[in-house]
Unconditional design. Structure first.
Length: 318
């Protein structure tokens, strides 16, 4: 319940003066501070319901002695913290699933374990940063991928850029060729970027930096004042291909960026040793966590987020 300060009127009667958070209101004697705040539009009905549940007063909000018309004022209230989500507010409806076709126009090896593939589509992809899609390169199995940007942040409006993990011993990625037809169906998943809320904690393992990079760049443009922490890991220090991207984020004010690698004899001084989960910032209940990469890393981050009650949105690359 919000903190209340009360002061009784000097005259006894059917009405009295009540000060709620420094604001003087007139209420009927017998009304509780919670009822007064609800009637005057100082808290929304859903907040009153939560407060009653915490206090053990039942699941329904108490009825006020005010006319229903005055209660409607609470619906127009917004939280005092800029960008904070409204209690009880539902997320925007999901984007409709759409199919886009095109051809592969660029293939570039970013590091020993990551290949960048660019597909030029006939129409703009119907995807938000962090969304996934079912991507089929002609003649190859369908992959669940998340479109991103080039490491320098560039991408045409009708391009889909993918960072694909590559098996050193060979695999389907090596079979991708220029001018190969490609089909993109999406969005799928719920890992997309959501403006507003608490600190944005972004965690990327390997090629999972692709969707995390698209989320981070969008957030810096849309919410430049929002606090952000970024942790990026790879099996080998040579696979930390995103230096140019990280430099851009630092220039925009992101101060908490951590790099780590499981192995690598030529590990630079700024690359920490050990698993990615060992180098995450201490999570808070108000954090919004996006994690992308292998299922093991995602599971570990989800456990850490759940332990403090933080929201966590996984992006599994398969």
């Amino acid at each position: 319940m919000i903190p209340l300060q009360t002061k009784r009127g000097t005259a006894m009667g059917a009405r009295c003066s009540l000060v709620v958070n420094g604001r003087s209101v007139r209420v009927s004697t017998g009304d509780t501070p919670l009822e007064a705040a609800l009637a005057e539009g100082m808290i929304a009905p859903v907040q009153a319901q939560l407060a009653n549940q915490i206090a053990g007063q039942g699941s329904a909000a108490p009825s006020s002695r005010r006319p229903p018309a005055r209660r409607a004022r609470a619906e127009a209230l917004r939280p005092s913290l800029p960008g904070a989500p409204i209690l009880g507010q539902e997320e925007a409806p999901p984007l409709p699933v759409a199919i886009r076709k095109g051809t592969v126009t660029e293939i570039r090896r970013l590091c020993p374990g990551i290949v960048e593939v660019v597909a030029t589509l006939t129409r703009r992809p119907n995807l938000e940063p962090g969304h996934q899609a079912l991507v089929t390169f002609a003649g190859l199995p369908t992959l669940t991928l998340s479109p991103t940007l080039r490491v320098d942040g560039s991408a045409e409006i009708n391009e889909a850029v993918f960072h694909l993990p590559r098996d050193p011993e060979g695999g389907p990625v090596d079979a991708i060729r220029l001018d190969q037809p490609v089909r993109v169906k999406g969005p799928v998943g719920r890992g997309q970027y959501r403006p507003g809320g608490g600190r944005l904690v972004l965690v990327a393992a390997g090629a999972g930096f692709g969707p995390i990079w698209s989320i981070a760049r969008a957030a810096r443009y849309i919410e430049p004042a929002r606090e952000m922490a970024l942790a990026v890991g790879a099996r080998d220090a040579l696979d930390l291909y995103m230096r140019e991207s990280l430099d851009w984020l630092r220039c925009t004010g992101v101060g908490r960026i951590v790099l780590c690698a499981d192995r690598g004899r030529q590990r630079p001084p700024d690359v920490r040793s050990g698993p990615l989960t060992a180098h995450l910032p201490s999570l808070r209940a108000t954090d919004v966590v996006h994690v992308a990469g292998d299922i093991a890393t995602i599971g570990a981050v989800q456990v850490l987020a759940a332990a403090v009650g933080a929201r966590c949105y996984p992006i599994v690359l398969a």
